[in-house]
Design a protein around this ligand. Structure first.
Ligand SMILES: O=C(O)[C@H](O)[C@@H](O)[C@H](O)[C@H](O)COP(=O)(O)O
Length: 223
């Protein structure tokens, strides 16, 4: 794992967006398309604000989430909503979006269809992940009902329910995240830095982010 510390969050968001754009350009120079997975939650918005205007061939970029909350796009909690507002806009409006949500009561109803649509995108070219203070990443939460499947199974997508998550989730599995050609993790604040350092000493069952730390580049700023 590589750890990069930035003087402040704003600089981190700009530099990380530039780095992601550079990696996408590089993938596009040798492949017909790039598959790019990004997190939802509160941290990545400013990265998306910087990245959406990057000058690259967005029509050949396939964007997806690392995980989605099982709520319709009209909900404030929808990660798709965040992406449409802040990433899939400006030049990046040209990108192809590969959803992890479909209108149905539970993720299990649509799991097979969503998994089929995801398959041609694998292995992912580039993944950006967030992390919670409880050491979850994507929606692979400690104590989740399908933790073992998400960490150790071969399924590409897993439906999850977890004590720390108010609604059902759907998440890329650790197998998919670990296969990605390039992987970045972005975190802000002293609490998350301490959690990450602790995760490095724990098992993935205790600290799911530990499953994807080897080979990842972690980007951190205090605030
Ligand atoms: O849907 C989500 O919540 C995310 O994809 C999730 O994995 C997120 O990256 C972490 O929970 C960190 O969230 P914050 O950035 O809001 O702290």
């Amino acid at each position: 794992m590589e750890f990069i510390e930035y003087p402040d969050g704003e600089m981190m968001m700009i530099q990380l967006a530039n780095r992601l754009a550079g990696e996408l350009r590089q993938v596009l120079s040798t492949h017909d398309h790039a598959s790019f997975a990004v997190p939802g939650g509160t941290t990545p918005g400013p990265i998306f604000d910087n990245l959406c205007s990057a000058n690259l061939d967005w029509a050949r970029v396939h964007v997806m989430l690392t995980d989605e909350r099982w709520v319709p796009e009209t909900s404030e909690r929808s990660n798709t909503r965040l992406l449409r507002q802040r990433l899939l806009t400006d030049r990046a409006a040209e990108a192809k979006y590969v959803p992890l949500y479909a209108d149905a009561p539970t993720p299990e109803d649509k799991l097979a269809d969503l998994q089929e649509a995801l398959t041609p995108e694998l292995p992912l070219s580039l993944v950006l992940l967030g992390m919670g203070a409880d050491m979850h990443t994507a929606s692979i939460f400690p104590g989740a009902d399908q933790l073992d499947l998400a960490l150790n199974g071969t399924d590409r997508l897993v439906a999850m329910r977890a004590p720390g998550a108010p609604e059902p989730r759907i998440t890329l599995s650790a197998a998919v995240l670990k296969q990605a050609m390039s992987r970045h993790i972005v975190i802000i604040g002293a609490e998350k830095r301490a959690a990450l350092e602790r995760a490095a000493t724990l098992t993935p069952e205790e600290a799911p982010v530990a499953a994807v730390l080897p080979g990842s580049i972690v980007h951190w700023a205090e605030s």
